[in-house]
Design a protein around this ligand. Structure first.
Ligand code: VGL
Ligand code: ZN
Length: 206
């Protein structure tokens, strides 16, 4: 696949807490780092997202007495999966993986920074309507096609890709640059929904 001037590589949450040894480790999560580093060299535009929660964030099971990580609760905006404490603002766990090459990133979008609401997508918080500003940024810069890679395939990559399509961007997920959490079939469900939304799935750029 040929990279164009109006393409952007959107790198989702390649942070220590999602890598082996981290608080919400994704199996083999650090394997995406070399793949993404070589992808980033090929794009004219690179944007990073960074999961960035205040302490005692409402998505943490520890904030809900009697709840366990990976359970579900009902929030005012809908169902919310509960997670171990992760990506707390300013901690090593929230930092990008030390081998991730971040120099070419033109923008870092932080998300999940409001205590009372989570944000999986790079575009909207989990109420699916509060914007992060990324869509306006990309449109204003004339960037039309979004390639996604990062962590985790079935949560933040999935929600970001689905929203990108909903917003009218051409959207491609690069599977070799992603790894999944896979909670109760979430990975299969994510690929099915992404296909239905018109998200293109490629193994790598080739
Ligand atoms: C993510 C769960 C909680 C992700 C972030 O980056 O996929 N998953 N916070
Ligand atoms: Zn999070």
């Amino acid at each position: 696949m040929q990279v164009r001037d109006d393409d952007v590589l959107l790198i989702i949450d390649v942070q220590n807490d999602f890598c082996p040894g981290g608080a919400l480790a994704v199996a083999d999560g650090d394997a995406v780092v070399p793949v993404i580093n070589s992808l980033a060299d090929r794009f004219g535009h690179v944007v990073l997202t960074q999961d960035w929660h205040p302490p005692a964030h409402s998505s943490f099971a520890s904030s809900h007495p009697g709840s366990a990580p990976f359970g579900t609760i009902t929030m005012p905006y809908g169902q919310q999966t509960l997670w171990p404490d992760h990506c707390v603002q300013g901690t090593q766990g929230a930092a990008f993986h030390p081998q991730l090459k971040t120099d070419r990133a033109e923008l870092v979008i932080r998300k999940g920074f409001r205590g009372e609401i989570d944000s999986y997508s790079a575009f909207y918080e989990n109420d699916r309507r509060t914007p992060t500003g990324l869509a306006g940024y990309l449109r204003e810069r004339g960037l039309k096609r979004i390639f996604l890679a990062g962590l985790a395939t079935d949560f933040c990559v999935f929600y970001s890709a689905a929203d990108a399509r909903r917003l009218g961007f051409d959207t491609v997920v690069i599977e070799a640059g992603c790894r999944a959490i896979d909670l109760a079939g979430s990975l299969d469900a994510a690929w099915t929904e992404m296909a239905a939304a018109g998200v293109q799935r490629v193994d790598n750029l080739g």
